[in-house]
Design a binder for this molecule. Structure first.
Ligand SMILES: Cc1cc2nc3c(=O)[nH]c(=O)nc-3n(C[C@H](O)[C@H](O)[C@H](O)COP(=O)(O)OP(=O)(O)OC[C@H]3O[C@@H](n4cnc5c(N)ncnc54)[C@H](O)[C@@H]3O)c2cc1C
Ligand SMILES: NC(=O)c1ccc[n+]([C@@H]2O[C@H](COP(=O)([O-])OP(=O)(O)OC[C@H]3O[C@@H](n4cnc5c(N)ncnc54)[C@H](O)[C@@H]3O)[C@@H](O)[C@H]2O)c1
Ligand code: SF4
Ligand code: FES
Length: 812
């Protein structure tokens, strides 16, 4: 006789509940007759990707996880558009608002959360919405076609993703945040300020420390007023101020609730045969709001319902990644430095990178990464493992290879269990990725994404997916692993440069259009890269796009942590005069410069300068820019050489000044530092420079690819030459070859590691090749001008340095 199946009912056709069902039908396909009841009129879709839909990165069709056919194929009855209004736990039956009555043996509640709507006067006006489902997303798209001004209340993950989407839709967007800095639940103040700056560059406006008071307007919203008496115009208000577990149904059915529906380690509620999973559930006092823990819960519940052994759900450490194109932000665990913990930080103002790790009892308990989140997955797995990090703290912070007693990243991936989730957003396990590579033949991250959805949402799992691809496909995957220069394009640097050359594309917009950029505005990675490649390829025709440059280059000064700038005039070869020093001192005094400091590159740094003072100071200094802020030639450090030193064999100062005058103002993929030493004692430290010149008896050694920064690298010897003219010729050819072949933002040290010294030697070996390179660099150099002088002499450019006026209107 055929065994009758038990009846299983799932209330909530969302991400967590359906995920549990997917697991269950794999573990026990014949055990249950399943009914899913969902209030939304859609099949199960990826809520996470609503942000991508809004920002133009995916269509609604693409975010469906299980289409209508999936329910049929798996024999699941779906009641879509039905809201369950009542649970009769005695008769084991649920009732929907559409009049359906369904009996159960086991019942899962997966009702998710409700967005918290601030109870402001006027909150019921037309144009005030949340951002939670497809309907909200559609409302935003429709509104953007008719209206201009959007205000998002809440500067958390959801608010910022909504704001980015609205910007993409062409709206003028202001984010209202109650706290002094953004994403305070995930970031510390430093990272949050860097994030704000980046988002401001994308066009977002911020109103911080603002308490909303009322929503103004007749039928439709007109403005949002604040308790301080100010107001902001708004045609649309999106509230993104947090979520509350949706417990109404459970509460009215007598199930124990606290903040969420209280569950034990097996996701059982206080009522027999009723389980809760997902955002509506509260486990050991926590109601989670991210999918990774909810998927973990789903997998435990599936095992429990399949009658399999499980140790239960023990809670999760969470990590988050903001899904905004061009902004890399990662946060995991305790970023907030609890008592008894210590933190290590690294900050690179020029490249906009900030990293912080938090350690307690020798274990990594939290991390915040901004600008470079490559190590996010690795740090997260170390946090979860609870292993000791003693002696490895600096390596972890700086993202170097993890050495010592801990396993290598490959070993760590190998050791992971098949069910371990690699992609939290899409719930893709290691086993599924292995299957995609080994059984389905996926040979690139893109193919794995298409096959499994892994890495398709926030992208935070990409390094792990790449690692697994290498693990299973070995070197064969080498080509396939190549990724686009940023999330806006699947094309790599070489393909882009080749296409620009082939089609003679002449502007950033044109490149993005023709090469079908996913994000039509580009991001902070691709815009400066394209600006550089176009300028490098077409020095005569291309008009530099100032707004596509990084902040420091736009203002021709380094922004400091307090928002002031630093001024570093050029001092060729580090040689100055009493008159020049007097002039610098007078300017420093006149503009109340709080600090004057010698730099490591032998010049003077005037620190703490207000933005609006920059042009006036440059004017009074009347010296060329030292380009201490840009991806250009920085300094040529020299020793005194044979001018004064008794060991010197050559004129190091003269050589250095000649090189500095030859290459000042040259745009390069990343900053370039030179040095010249007058004898092999090498006092100018030429062997840790991008191009180092060391005098020997009767000639000069030319060294390349050195770096004295985070990852110290000694130079490699390129060649030995006899005359000063040859030094300049080889330096010109080498720098031009670097300009033409490196990726934007790639230092010579990394570039040489990547391509190998032999390739460079071969390219420069023949005199005719060298001369062709020299000719091209000279053409470029002949077109450069001093940026400070240009700004000083142009009223329009000077205006960019004036202080901004308050964006708010005052309510009188
Ligand atoms: C725009 C956006 C972006 C996000 N991005 C991320 C991200 O990058 N990373 C991340 O980890 N998380 C992200 N999240 C959060 C993530 O989407 C949620 O954690 C997840 O969807 C919760 O799953 P759930 O099944 O518990 O709830 P839901 O997915 O909300 O599903 C609950 C379902 O139950 C239905 N329901 C409720 N009550 C009833 C009832 N009485 N009867 C029938 N049906 C009912 C609801 O209509 C809903 O469809 C994002 C959320 C949003 C809104
Ligand atoms: N990338 C991601 O991982 C991602 C993206 C979107 C949403 N989510 C999840 O969705 C859920 C909802 O996100 P959220 O950002 O709304 O929640 P949240 O609770 O993380 O953030 C809400 C923010 O609103 C601010 N706020 C509160 N009251 C305010 C007020 N009156 N005025 C202005 N600001 C106010 C808070 O300071 C807080 O920073 C969360 O669980 C979140 O983790 C995650
Ligand atoms: S490198 Fe040689 S020449 Fe230059 S200062 Fe040192 S000892 Fe003198
Ligand atoms: S973890 Fe977000 S896409 Fe994989």
């Amino acid at each position: 006789m055929k065994k009758t199946k038990r009846k299983l009912v799932l209330v909530g056709n969302g991400m967590a509940g359906v995920r549990a069902i997917e697991h269950l039908i794999k573990l026990a396909p014949e055990a249950y007759e399943i009914t899913i009841i969902g209030a939304e009129p859609h099949p199960n879709y990826n809520r996470i990707m609503l942000s991508s839909v809004l920002a133009g990165g995916a269509s609604l069709k693409e975010i469906v996880i299980n289409d209508w056919e999936w329910y049929k194929d798996n024999g699941i009855r779906l009641l879509a558009g039905h809201r369950v209004t009542q649970i009769d736990a005695n008769r084991k039956r649920v009732v929907s608002d559409q009049g359906a009555t369904v009996d159960y043996d086991e019942l899962i509640l997966a009702t998710g959360s409700n967005p918290f709507m601030l109870p402001l006067p006027g909150a019921d006006k037309e144009g005030v919405i949340a951002f939670r489902d497809i309907k909200d997303c559609e409302t935003m798209v429709d509104t953007s076609k008719k209206y201009k001004k959007a205000v998002v209340i809440g500067g958390g993950l959801l608010g910022l993703e909504a704001a980015r989407g609205l910007l993409h839709l062409g709206m003028d967007v202001s984010v209202v945040h109650i706290n002094p800095y953004l994403m305070e639940r995930q970031l510390d103040e430093t990272a949050a300020k860097m994030l704000q700056k980046e988002l401001e560059q994308q066009g977002m406006k911020f109103l911080l420390r603002k308490n909303s008071g009322a929503i103004l307007g007749k039928k439709r919203v007109r403005a949002l007023s604040f308790t301080d008496g100010t107001e902001a115009e708004a045609d649309l208000i999106v509230m993104a101020v947090g979520i509350r577990p949706n417990v109404e149904l459970a509460k009215s059915s007598g199930i124990e609730i606290n903040r969420g529906i209280v569950v034990n380690d097996w996701l059982e509620t206080s009522v027999e045969r009723i389980y809760a999973v997902g955002e509506c559930a509260e486990h050991r006092g926590i109601a989670y709001g991210l999918v990774a823990p909810l998927y973990e819960q789903g997998s435990v519940l599936a095992k429990k319902l399949a009658g399999l052994e499980t140790t239960g759900y023990a809670g999760s450490v969470t990590s988050t990644k903001l899904k905004v194109s061009g902004v890399d932000v990662f946060s995991a665990g305790r970023y907030d430095e609890p008592e008894g913990s210590r933190s290590l930080r690294y900050q690179d103002e020029v490249d906009g990178v900030y990293k912080k790790i938090v350690i307690q009892n020798d274990k990594l308990i939290g991390a915040v990464l901004f600008g470079d989140t490559n190590d996010g997955a690795k740090l997260f797995s170390i946090i979860k493992s609870g292993e000791s990090v003693v002696g490895r703290e600096k390596e972890l912070l700086l993202g170097m290879a993890v050495s010592g007693q801990s396993a290598s990243p490959e070993a760590r991936l190998k050791e992971m269990a098949d069910e371990e989730i690699i992609c939290g957003c899409n719930g893709v396990s290691k086993g599924t990725i292995a299957d995609a590579v080994l059984a389905k033949g996926c040979m690139s991250v893109g193919e794995i994404k298409a096959c499994t959805k892994a890495s398709g949402s926030c992208g935070g799992c990409k390094p792990l997916v790449e690692g697994l691809l290498k693990l299973y496909a070995g070197d064969e995957a080498g080509v396939g692993v190549k990724e686009g220069i940023c999330g806006c394009t699947p094309l790599g640097r070489d393909e882009i440069v080749a296409e620009i050359k082939r089609m003679r594309l002449k502007s950033i917009k044109e490149v993005m259009n023709v090469l079908e950029w996913r994000n039509s505005e580009g991001c902070s990675k691709c815009r400066p890269s394209l600006n550089y490649y176009l300028g490098m390829l077409f020095p005569e025709e291309y008009v530099d796009e100032n707004e596509s440059r990084i902040t420091n280059e736009r203002y021709h000064a380094n922004i400091q942590k307090d928002g002031t700038y630093s001024v570093v005039p050029r001092i060729y070869g580090g040689v100055t005069s009493p008159a020049e020093l007097k002039k610098i001192a007078e300017v420093a005094e006149k503009f109340d410069v709080p600090m004057v400091k010698f730099t490591g590159g032998q010049r003077l740094d005037l620190l703490g300068v207000k933005k609006e003072d920059l042009p006036k100071m440059w004017e009074e200094l009347d010296m060329p820019s030292g380009h201490a802020y840009g991806k250009t030639l920085r300094t040529v450090k020299t020793c005194v050489g044979n001018t004064f030193c008794r060991f010197g064999t050559q004129d190091a100062i003269g050589m250095g000044i000649r090189l500095e005058k030859a290459f000042e103002r040259l745009n390069t993929p990343a900053k370039v530092k030179l040095a010249v030493s007058g004898c092999p004692r090498n006092c100018a430290e030429a062997t840790i420079k991008d191009f180092g010149v060391v005098a020997i008896d009767g000639g000069w050694e030319l060294h390349v690819g050195g770096n004295g920064g985070v990852q110290v690298r000694a130079t490699e010897l390129l060649c030995v030459v006899k005359t000063e003219d040859e030094v300049v010729e080889w330096a010109s050819a080498y720098l031009q070859y670097y300009r033409e072949n490196a990726q934007w933002n790639e230092r010579t040290s990394t570039w040489i590691e990547r391509v190998g010294l032999e390739e460079i030697k071969n390219a420069l070996e023949k005199p005719e090749d060298r001369l062709a390179l020299v000719e091209r660099i000279q053409k470029t150099l002949s077109l450069t001008t001093d940026p400070w002088k240009q700004i000083v002499e142009n009223d329009h450019l000077r205006k960019n340095f004036e202080p901004l006026t308050e964006a708010l209107t005052i309510n009188s």
